[in-house]
Write a protein that binds this ligand. Structure first.
Ligand code: FES
Ligand code: FES
Length: 165
């Protein structure tokens, strides 16, 4: 490995990958430039908008702030990887059917943040949904609709549960 590069092995969307790159290269750039995963978007580039979120070892992180050296043996899942998971098909359909995203710039980061929450808590309350999306900005003002659509399955299950009581 040339002196200014490091060699990394990590999991990306379920497959093992190997990469040589500068230790400080941003995960966001690695995903887009090296792996052509263009649905992880850049917004602020400073960790403030959430547009670039991916799952890193199961946590939603801003990939614009993650340097390459942190990826050794990590498990990275992008929105492209999430889309292949059957478990999340229903949830994605709920968001997309309701057309909650206008320009779509925040869409992949929002979905990653929601999936990170769902993995810990499959029945989140509205407050938990709001907290999970507190690091994701939607410049189009779609925030309310996104939270309502994301919570609709949970609320429906709760209504059924109440009726059965
Ligand atoms: S682009 Fe990464 S948080 Fe805004
Ligand atoms: S839909 Fe445009 S930023 Fe959220």
């Amino acid at each position: 490995v040339p002196g200014n590069l490091i060699k990394l092995r990590f999991q990306l969307n379920g497959a093992g990958v190997v990469l040589q790159c500068p230790p400080g290269a941003r995960l966001l750039d690695i995903l887009r430039r090296e792996f052509e995963l263009y649905e992880t978007r850049e917004g602020c580039g400073q960790g403030e908008c959430g547009a670039c979120q991916v799952l890193l070892d199961g946590q939603a992180v801003n990939s614009c702030l993650v340097p390459a050296f942190m990826l050794s043996d990590a498990d990275v899942v992008t929105i492209e990887g999430i889309r292949t998971l059957k478990a999340f098909a229903g949830f994605q359909k709920r968001l997309l059917d309701r057309e909650v995203f206008r320009c779509g710039h925040c869409a992949s980061g929002m979905q990653v943040a929601l999936v990170a929450l769902w993995m810990r808590n499959p029945e989140p309350s509205e407050e938990e949904l709001q907290r999970a999306l507190s690091g994701n900005l939607c410049a189009c003002g779609g925030y309310r609709a996104i939270i309502e659509a994301a919570g609709s399955g949970t609320n429906r299950r709760r209504r059924h549960a109440r009726r059965r009581d």
